[in-house]
Design a protein around this ligand. Sequence first.
Ligand code: MOS
Length: 742
Amino acid sequence: MPSAAKPVVSPYIGTATSRVDGHAKVTGAAKYAGEFNAPGLAYGAVVCATIAKGRITAIDPSEALRVPGVIAVLTHENRPVMAKTDKAYRDDVAPEGGAPFRPLFDADVKFSGQPVALVIAEEWEVARFATMLVRIDYAAANFVTDLAAERGKAVAVEKPAKPRGKAEQALAAAAVRHEAEYYIPIEHHNPMELFASTVTWAGDGKLTVYDKTQGVQNVQHYLCNVFKLKPEQVRVVSPFMGGGFGSGLRPQYQVALAAMAALATKRAVRLVLTRQQMYQLGYRPATIERVALGASRNGTLEAVIHEAIAVTSRYEDFSRNDTGWSGQLYKSPHAKYEHRLARVDLPTPADMRAPGATTGVYALECAMDELAVALKLDPLELRLRCYSDRDQNEDLPYTSKALRECYRQGAEAFGWDKRNPRPRSMRDGSELVGWGMATGIWEALQMQFAVRIVLTANGHAEVSCAASDIGTGTYTIMAQVAADMLGLPLDNVTVKLGDSTLPLAQVEGGSWTAASVSHAIANTADLIRKELWRLAKGMPQSPLAKTKLGDVTLAHGRVASESDAGKAVSIADAMRHGGLERIAQEGKANFKALKSHAHNTHSAIFAEVKIDEEIGVIRVTRVVNAVAAGRILNTKTARSQILGSVVWGIGMALHEETLVDHKFGRMMNANLAEYHVPVNADVHDIEVIFVDEPDEVINPLGIKGVGEIGIVGVAAAIANAIYHATGKRVRDLPITLDKSRP
Ligand code: MOS
């Protein structure tokens, strides 16, 4: 457990503080990776493979090179030296199994759309035009991209949560059973900002890399390993990010290509991918989820069996926990899991908001709804009868779990008690009305982060860390925590992040940044408190002369005794006395694995749909998402996270699906016109409730993180509402009109 002190006065933590970077963002002052400039900037454009698998037999760049303004065409034949071991390409979040993709490494083609050449030109338009003139001959090989075709060959590569009891026998013996397969198609992240890198060349072999990434230090290590550069030769900067959702956790190929281009041409190079190219960077894997539930007549679970078959690439085994949530969440004496991977000729999948849970819990929560129907039990009542105060898989208590309160407050806000259980029984004019609900669960993780705080005598603090703010509000919560811990006004705190030269940070993912970086700040502020106390104590006739460190806090710009508020020295006076212009401290949060407790966030989602009976149009008219996620640092940015998640849940339920043409092995709808996402007209009332969840165990400030919990369960709540409206159960997403029409 970290030993961070808690702020005594906390005017900022827990409030609806507006984004400290909001002004910079709306005025355009915030610069994104593709917006940095450099003298003599050249532009890259990528040539992508047109076959799904095989080899490049010949590349002829001569026609492209004849275009005025084209500087170079890089291919596997003339690129700079690159590492030859898989280890060099394995970034912090790479799957353990397999061999990471190496951009422009050799003649191998592993997936359609793979980068095979990079044109560098004086103008972007010229570069892009010249990509069409690069002649590439291929020897195509047979390929498979269809999960359904490969499911029989799927292999178990990772052990999911450990089983308990005898699930198959218990299922067979259960009084009531429900068993079904659910399907989630390939989905893409589609962040607004395109993946981009601007690499400047300092003339001495040093690169500054402005990159769109969720982890600057991850990218820095990757580039150093791949191009055999020393750490001091590569600085990676990413102050802002226009959406990541997991797509920027791993270094994406454009950063390798941009670095390669700068090394090869000894110039600054910018490379911005096209929207089409964004579809080859990773995706939520298509997954078949089989859930079997056995229950007693009174609605307690006897057996849970959850099996997942997900796609991965031929070259890397990507898998996440889809199945383990099922027997963790609900009380059941018998549980069994299986996770298999079907290797296909597509790029490797990627983490995408609450990876594993978004898909696995979708299946579980639809299955629970179907079980409730079979039991003639209210679906919420079924959840309550199966409620568990312990993690059933690990048989551990939770650090905190206020899910019961989520159910209660969510149901009350929604008006769940007015639900007529019979499908097709509720109407609003020509529309059928359906009400559905689901549970959400995600992890509350913590990682090692370090923070530097520089306090100047004028009462200003600069807080820095290599963390990213992927749009979640990290700048803001860091400023809030620092202000409270240092007893300063929020305006006196500036936050610097997204630079690999700053103190240690892990990638921004897994919803772990808020808890981790906040504790690094708290620990660092505590070092500053000690130093200020020492200075204040040493002043002539110091009112703090006889105080103990444990009694001294920083509040209202002063070093003050907690037990006797009259005893205080202003921070400025203490520093002046010590002759110090600035105090700099670096501290960290070291989280030991919490073995004694399970640590999760939870939610209860209630959804209303209205469906036109004639034409089947589905509208999600109301969603209430009640979330239990420990202490909420900022109720405004946290609410935004949940709102965005719910919108994505609507997309997952009704719209999103990447279609692969299995004849060509190619993503067919690789654009925002044909890949459907919810638009404003699809989004109606969303109510977010944060239930109170004090947590003394997880960490001293009781923080869990909210980036991902908001999406888990949303698609299930909507699918269950559609069943309730229509009486028709659709198990494969998205629930389009052709499938759901009543
Ligand atoms: Mo999130 S999928 O861990 O960026």
